[in-house]
Design a protein around this ligand. Structure first.
Ligand SMILES: Cc1cc2nc3c(=O)[nH]c(=O)nc-3n(C[C@H](O)[C@H](O)[C@H](O)COP(=O)(O)OP(=O)(O)OC[C@H]3O[C@@H](n4cnc5c(N)ncnc54)[C@H](O)[C@@H]3O)c2cc1C
Length: 461
């Protein structure tokens, strides 16, 4: 058993969410402990080097607008670990029935693209004069974009984007849940394009983005180097191999507590659960059965991540770009690919090519159960079609995630907010990508304590 003097904060989980939260709390002078069940920090983030190819099992790239992540790295003196991707990152492709087509990146390019009819282009530009509307309650992202820009934009660009980035069809996502800023632009600025042209929603992120070039950033030494650097700054506050088995809520005069599988117990003014929703549900079943049911129902998309590496001459040269997303008319099963060695040649041996493909998501839940041979056949066939030639890979690495990315379905944020309000009284906070947002940057956003410290003299054991 440990000392029963409460810590300021006990954090369960040493993925990016838990580690970032611990650094912020430390920065305020809090005494913290981070309890991690496995024997490594990073959670889903893992970088591996195989046959000279440095590949990722989850996050690979970060937009330069990821200011919360960048601030976190600066706070632990690790800002040099993020470097700009090559110029190739500026081009993105859609895989269509007639091969790879560049995604238009500006209004003039949108007017020139052959991906849309003239009528669809005019309908999209009409968003500028569509004016302020109140998004209906529970509107899906697909319905929102169709209402503002027309169906062709929703099907041609939005669907590949949400499938490729979030693994979910836009009909399944709530507009205000998955992209609250878009909905706020309509409400507060009278339209999405109008709002973007007038500098977004204001606030410190918009101010910082103004005048700075939008870029893609890459972890110089692999994404796991980011979580390793953040964890290193926390030193002995991170306890590996410490599986939390039970939690006890606190109240205004009593700390919350956690009990670990190996019989330790920790008391804290605040308990932060930086673990996925089903794991939170397991810990909260006893004290909050209704919240546990809600968390159990949070739907995560499954995803298979396949890293493919090949030597010079063993496959086609990649087009200069970030990668491609499966677009309209394509018969491919893969959702898209990232051209890692275009973005950062250091991830492959000299002359080699590394790319990462994704299969699964909300509309292809069976993919995660495919065996290695089936996945190999699908990936190599689809890539041969997309890139215009067969590949003989040196590296073919498969990672199956049954719970890859939480789906922000209509009403998700409201349910999470109600849970947060109820749990705050018990000195418990929910973190993790389903609570804060799915990107690494979302996981790093600072948050104020849920309750003040316990009044001196009132601490009951
Ligand atoms: C395939 C994939 C690709 C992605 N690509 C990108 C990208 O390119 N860019 C980007 O910004 N984001 C990307 N993301 C999202 C981002 O990587 C995740 O949102 C983020 O890493 C989640 O971190 P987390 O700390 O919330 O959760 P996790 O990483 O799941 O960490 C939770 C931790 O809690 C521990 N734990 C669980 N239960 C217990 C317990 N009872 N006791 C103690 N410890 C426990 C686990 O062992 C784990 O270490 C991607 C995600 C996936 C899956």
């Amino acid at each position: 058993m440990r000392d029963t003097t409460p810590l300021d904060r006990v954090i369960v989980g040493a993925g990016m969410s838990g580690l970032a939260h611990a650094v912020h709390a430390r920065g305020r002078g809090d005494r913290v402990a981070v309890l991690e069940a496995s024997d490594a920090v990073g959670g889903v983030i893992a970088t591996q080097t195989t046959h000279g190819y440095r590949h990722e099992r989850a996050a690979t790239s970060i937009p330069s607008s990821a200011y919360d992540l960048r601030d976190l790295l600066a706070a632990v003196d690790a800002q040099d670990l993020l470097v700009p991707a090559s110029e190739a990152a500026k081009a993105q492709f859609l895989l269509t029935a007639s091969g790879l087509v560049p995604v238009p990146r500006s209004p003039p390019a949108l007017l020139r693209t052959r991906l849309l009819s003239t009528r669809a282009k005019l309908r999209a530009l009409g968003e500028l004069v569509r004016g302020r509307r109140q998004a209906p309650e529970g509107e899906t992202l697909h319905a929102f974009v169709t209402r503002r820009f027309g169906r062709a934009i929703a099907d041609t660009f939005l669907r590949p984007f949400t499938n490729g980035i979030y693994g979910a069809a836009p009909e399944r996502l709530g507009a205000a849940d998955a992209f609250p800023r878009l909905v706020a632009l309509e409400r507060r600025r009278g339209g999405v394009l109008r709002g973007m042209m007038s500098g977004g929603l204001g606030g410190s992120a918009s101010a910082r983005a103004k005048g700075s070039k939008r870029q893609v950033l890459m972890p110089r030494d692999g994404t796991a180097s980011l979580t390793a650097a953040v964890a290193a700054s926390l030193g002995s506050a991170v306890h590996l191999g410490t599986h939390v088995a039970r939690v006890e809520p606190g109240d205004v005069e009593r700390p919350a507590r956690v009990h670990t599988q190996d019989g330790q117990s920790f008391a804290a003014h605040e308990l932060s659960l930086a673990i996925r929703a089903p794991a939170q549900a397991a810990l909260l079943t006893e004290a909050y059965p209704h919240l546990a049911d809600m968390l159990r129902a949070v739907d995560y998309v499954p995803m298979v991540v396949v890293a493919v590496g090949y030597a010079s001459g063993a496959g086609p040269a990649l087009p200069h770009g970030f990668g491609f997303l499966r677009g309209p008319g394509s018969t491919a099963r893969i959702l898209g690919a990232t051209f890692n060695s275009c973005l950062n040649p250091a991830v492959a041996p000299a002359g080699g090519t590394l790319l990462t493909t994704y299969i699964g998501g909300s509309e292809d839940r069976a993919a995660v159960a495919l065996d290695d041979d089936a996945l190999r056949a699908i990936v190599l066939d689809d890539l041969a079609q997309a890139l215009g030639g067969p590949i003989e890979p040196t590296l073919f690495d498969i990672t199956r995630w049954t719970h890859a990315i939480p789906m922000f379905v209509p009403g998700h944020r409201g349910r999470m907010a109600a849970a947060a309000a109820e749990l705050a009284a018990g000195r418990i906070r929910l973190l993790g990508s389903h609570a804060t947002g799915v990107s690494l940057n979302d996981c790093c956003r600072p948050a104020a304590p849920v309750q003040g410290p316990l009044p001196t003299g009132l601490v009951r054991r």
